[in-house]
Unconditional design. Sequence first.
Length: 251
Amino acid sequence: MSSEYITSPHELQSLEKKLKRITFIQQTDQSYHLALDDIRDQAEVSVVVEPSFYGRHCKLSVIVIATANNTYVFDVKALGGIFKPLAALLESEYPRKIMHYSHRICDLLFHKDKLQMNGICDTFVALCVARQDRKYCTLRDAILQTFNMPLSELTCDEINGDSESARNFTARPLSKGQLQYLGKLAVLQQKLHDRLIYGNINLELQQMSVKFSGEFKKNNNSALVALNMNPCSKTGFDCIDQNYKISTKID
């Protein structure tokens, strides 16, 4: 991928701030209900589920949900399951859920918890469309490649350790490193979605919007602008390609 996909210093600073606001939830206390309120108020959230790679053949351990300002790690193992308020949010159309390999996650949640996920935006689907291929790519690899990040920026000791239960987040207690890793995955997954959708797939759409937005202000003839602002005016409409199709591609 080109250098334009490198994460900016501002984005890195924002990420560091968000990683300081990770809430680890192990019981249905005040933090649990505040988290649900925050999630409910969002237009979209980023969702990471571990382990989920083998779908229904996994035993759910944690659900990580990142909102605009906060990240919540729900310890499903300690909670004893996914209770109705959280289940309702996962099953609703809104907030939209940004996920990667949603087919695996949905299989797990449906067959283990009878949850029917809705409102899904899959970053793997977006990646395939942007790259115009269907090559296998995990969330971790997609983030590293898209943001040109070194592997050392997205790892923790347990991921590279010998213990399978630690690698798949089923061992307890979860370490600070594991929580930071999960939080970073969720936050960067949201940024990955935005970068793929707005920085690549919809790039031409954005360019049309920029051109359209300047159609009135570029004209110095105020009287003519006033005439062209009538309710039936089509001034600037020629900037819009109603037959627009995706044509950008990641190298």
